[in-house]
Write a protein that binds this ligand. Structure first.
Ligand SMILES: NC(=O)c1ccc[n+]([C@@H]2O[C@H](COP(=O)([O-])OP(=O)(O)OC[C@H]3O[C@@H](n4cnc5c(N)ncnc54)[C@H](OP(=O)(O)O)[C@@H]3O)[C@@H](O)[C@H]2O)c1
Ligand SMILES: [Zn+2]
Ligand SMILES: [Zn+2]
Length: 339
């Protein structure tokens, strides 16, 4: 029986992949804050019951008809947008991440809080040997989301870039911003995360609980971009006046409350605000490759799959430093991969 907000361990028959699909023996799956929308039963288009999870890494163990690109035994990853329909206007314009009718892991199809998962072959990303499965998993959503948002923002080396909300997304956003060559500011609440944020690569840490973050950014000349990854619309709205002229507030966090903005900083200074949705499988491969190139790794805490409910609670209570990753029996059996 399904109860909103409750995760339960269930036994199911082993599923067979259909045409164009593969079965993956899951090794690890990160817990993204977006999973809350599945677990609470509020994600648009969700059908229940559902296995959550869209930061999945494992090995291909069965191929459906017509799958030629992937081999049994190959290590692969799956993110949130896990199969575009190929026929909607967005797809026809080559914008498959904004497909209007996608397969979404953990929403329209069962995800990775499981020993095995059926995935569309076209949704797979190849995982490089340099990354262990627990390291790679968060890069399939939290990683590609922040990496894509930053690399597509039209920024230049040396620009002042702030990352707001130092959680799963934010802690990778800080690392990507630093390694892309930006003057990197981390904005969190409280002094407790300052040391970690600086270890992750932030040049400056702003404690938004102690000072006005927008004013602090203006004292540094104003941010060319702020990657807003927190779960508060009110906190995002307060940052708008911290942008430089032509600065961009890039919304990746999905708060429940509205973002209420004054029009004036938008008009005077040509500032803008827009959203960015995760990425495609090839964007995920780029994220994994950049992480190997720059030695970027998520900071993780692992839980066995059976403890998914405790792991989810850890994330929801804001206690994770910084990403909780579930490890299956197959994942536990893996030897660490060479760095
Ligand atoms: N755009 C996309 O494609 C995409 C992809 C993945 C996730 N998301 C969304 O991004 C958001 C973050 O996901 P996550 O997995 O990183 O979550 P998370 O690990 O739980 O981190 C969320 C962070 O939000 C900040 N926060 C929480 N309450 C706040 C408040 N009242 N005011 C200001 N900041 C607050 C906290 O940072 P501090 O303690 O440092 O302030 C917290 O660490 C979620 O809404 C999720 O659904 C979007
Ligand atoms: Zn996610
Ligand atoms: Zn489409």
């Amino acid at each position: 029986m399904y109860e909103p907000g409750k995760l339960r361990v269930v036994e199911r028959p082993i599923p067979e992949p259909g045409p164009g699909q593969v079965r993956i023996r899951v090794e690890s799956c990160g817990i993204c804050h977006t999973d809350a929308a599945t677990i609470l039963g509020v994600y648009s288009g969700l059908t229940l019951p559902r296995v959550p999870g869209h930061e999945v890494v494992g090995r291909v163990e069965a191929l459906g008809d017509g799958v030629t690109r992937w081999k049994v035994g190959q290590r692969v990853g799956v993110g949130l947008i896990a199969g575009e329909d190929g026929v909607c206007d967005s797809c026809r314009r080559g914008d498959s991440v904004n497909c209007q009718n996608p397969v979404s892991s953990g929403v329209t199809a069962d995800g990775g809080y499981a020993e095995m998962m059926i995935a569309e072959a076209r949704a797979l990303a190849s995982v490089p040997d340099e990354l262990t499965s627990v390291e790679a998993a968060p890069l399939l959503c939290t990683g590609v989301t922040t990496y894509n948002a930053l690399r597509n923002a039209g920024l230049r080396g040396g620009d002042l870039v702030a990352v707001q909300g130092i959680g799963g997304l934010g802690h990778l956003g800080v690392q990507f911003a630093r390694h892309m060559g930006f003057r990197t500011v981390a904005i969190g609440r409280g002094g407790e995360k300052e040391k970690l944020a600086k270890e992750l690569g932030a040049h400056v840490y702003i404690d938004a609980a102690a000072e006005n973050a927008a004013e602090a950014l203006q004292r540094m000349g104003g941010a060319r971009a702020i990657l807003a990854s927190g779960t508060s619309g009110d906190a995002m709205a307060q940052l708008l006046s911290g942008l430089s002229a032509r600065g961009k507030l890039i919304v990746v966090g999905a708060p429940e409350d509205p973002i209420q903005l004054s029009a004036l900083p938008l008009i005077f200074g040509g500032r803008s605000i827009y959203g960015s949705l995760t990425g495609t499988p090839i964007d995920s491969e780029d994220t994994l490759a950049f992480s190997v190139l720059q030695n970027i790794r998520p900071m993780i805490e692992t839980f066995p799959l059976e403890k998914a409910a405790d792991a989810y609670a850890c994330m929801m209570e804001g206690k994770a430093r910084f990403r909780v990753v579930l490890v299956t029996r197959a994942g536990t059996a893996q030897k660490p991969t060479a760095k």
